[in-house]
Design a protein. Structure first.
Length: 542
């Protein structure tokens, strides 16, 4: 039976950079999930009888929330739900299934790389029929609806068995439990030269993939080990756990330290990689070398032609504003455009749909292409493998060759987490108040050429998005960018992005923190970070 339940609005259901994220206990409040899901459906038109994809990253509360989504979606008249077995589907695979099966949209239960468990984070995100995150027009409508909602519809049917493939009927809706890996694996086979990668592994090439006890475990086992013949044991931490084994499922040098240490040791395999909670981020390491995500985007773009899916060339490249300009140099070389967008994958959707960009990337370990409308961790790993298989070159040599051709954009990001919100906003306002005076000011050898707040005009739908990060640009192409995170759940997180360009003939082999030391100091003094936040050092450096 379909029940109509009276409810009261919550005032804090505003989707951030990537959906609604809160602590688990917050989501566990009575009606909290229900209100938000109903607000999503109330903001959409014409889904009756259509298909909705539902999956999550397996974190704590995933199963409970999926049952609620199933019952509310059925009560609201969806025709079919495609739910990942065990409640699991990686974010890029949700996008793949939405597109491949022409679904109306999808709901992803994930807080990405944020920690999980009873006191960890949880999240809900809506993706549209093109497969990507809902654009702001829709997320704004969802938020507006959530502030006015008075009732939701829900079926009182029993819970659906999530662990067995097959179809159950809930009200008038077919709920199909699907294999979360199959469609995705099939798509990867159309893009990459699986035979060449198999030959690479057969030749003794060794790899470690750290799934961080998150959603990519089943994907990596199936594709890397079962399909491509990588040795058993290549995939570590391959079983998804509700609390990610107590770790922070973010594939960076802080949280994937074991992998990093291995790759820097004499026992290092040829290639190391990791992915995050929901499988959209990636970490790429070679023997003795970390490839920054910004460099990875540039290197993949320069070598994409080695993969069958990209052999015809790239239409364009897109990167988020804080991502380094390394990809711009490759685009210039290829004679294609490089688009600069605000932070967040949703801004790439229009460019991909319009065929203006083929590859996209963000400095925050996100790389992807027009094959889906999300960033895709395992895809990036497979593209790297495809390139290494075809070129038979080490990761370090490929990087050196790249820098010798294009120059090197030394890059780092310093995060100051869990700051007082007022202090963080004050810091940003104070930076904005310096826009008039900074240009022309010299800090030692470094002269500011411009300072502004990044604003984006979408060339496809004409929309404008303002205040997307404070940029301080220096003569010679160096830059410091400041923005506040839109995904954190505690206080404010200040992200400081620091970049300096070294031409091909310059000193290309330095440690990034050393190469950027001047600008790191400047990033602290210009923003008065210590005075305003009490912090003398960042919490995370990537
Ligand atoms: C962060 C990253 C951003 C990414 C987002 C979702 O957002 O910086 O690039 O798209 O997570 O994975 P932020 O917390 O900075 O708003
Ligand atoms: Zn993620």
């Amino acid at each position: 039976m379909i029940l109509t339940i009276d409810t009261k609005p919550f005032d804090d259901q505003k989707p951030g950079t990537s959906g609604l994220r809160k602590k688990v206990p917050h989501f566990q409040q009575p009606h909290y999930v229900e209100n938000f899901i109903q607000s999503i459906f109330d903001s959409l038109d014409g889904y009756e009888g259509k298909t909705l994809v539902v999956g999550g990253d397996g974190r704590y509360y995933n199963r409970e929330a999926i049952q609620k989504v199933i019952k509310i979606a059925a009560a609201n008249g969806f025709g079919r739900l495609l739910v990942g077995r065990g409640g699991l589907i990686s974010t890029p695979a949700v996008s793949c299934i939405i597109r491949g099966r022409q679904a109306f949209g999808g709901i992803i239960l994930s807080a990405s790389h944020n920690p999980g468990g009873p006191d960890g984070d949880f999240g809900v995100k809506y993706n549209i029929g093109a497969g990507g995150p809902a654009p702001e027009k829709i997320t704004d409508a969802i938020f507006a609806r959530s502030k006015a909602i008075a009732r939701y519809k829900i079926s009182d049917a029993p819970d659906v068995e999530l662990d067995r493939l097959g179809v159950t009927r809930v009200e008038n809706t077919d709920v199909e439990i699907v294999d979360p890996v199959a469609d995705y694996k099939a798509l990867m086979k159309t893009l990459f030269d699986f035979e060449a990668i198999e030959d690479l592994f057969a030749s003794g090439f060794k790899m470690r993939f750290d799934a961080m006890h998150a959603v990519t475990g089943p994907y990596a086992h199936a594709i890397l080990e079962d399909e491509l013949g990588a040795a058993r044991g290549t995939v570590v931490n391959g079983t998804p756990l509700p609390d990610f084994g107590g770790h922070h499922p973010d594939p960076n040098l802080t949280y994937a330290k074991d992998l990093y240490d291995l790759m820097m040791s004499p026992e290092a395999p040829n290639f190391g990689a990791a992915s995050d909670g929901d499988g959209d981020r990636n970490l790429i390491l070679g023997r003795g070398i970390f490839i920054t995500p910004s460099d990875s985007l540039a290197m993949l773009a320069a070598n994409a032609k080695h993969a069958p899916g990209y052999a015809k060339g790239l239409a364009g490249i897109a990167r988020s504003m804080p991502t380094s300009a390394a990809a711009d140099r490759v685009a210039a070389h290829l004679g294609i455009k490089c688009y600069e967008t605000p932070t967040g994958w949703k801004f790439f959707g229009n460019l991909l749909d319009a065929g203006l960009a083929t590859l996209c990337g963000e400095e925050s370990s996100g790389t992807g292409s027009n094959h889906v409308r999300e960033k895709d961790g395992l895809w990036a790993v497979l593209l790297w493998l495809n390139i290494l298989a075809k070129r038979r070159i080490s990761v370090a040599d490929l990087a050196r060759e790249h820098w010798a051709t294009y120059g090197r954009n030394y890059y780092t990001r310093h995060d100051y987490e869990e700051l007082d919100l007022g202090a963080a906003n004050g810091l940003m306002d104070a930076l904005r108040s310096q826009f008039a005076t900074l240009p022309g000011t010299a800090f030692g050898a470094h002269k500011v050429s411009a300072a502004d707040d990044f604003a984006y005009h979408d060339p496809v739908d004409g929309s404008d998005t303002e205040k997307q990060g404070v940029r301080i640009m220096f003569e010679g192409g160096s830059r410091i960018v400041y923005r506040l995170s839109g995904t954190g759940t505690v206080g404010a997180t200040l992200r400081v992005y620091i970049e300096r360009y070294e031409p091909p003939a310059g000193n290309l082999g330095q440690d990034a923190q050393a190469a950027l030391a001047d600008f790191i100091q400047l990033s602290r003094s210009i923003a008065e970070i210590e005075k305003r936040t009490g912090r003398t050092a960042p919490s995370v450096i990537t």
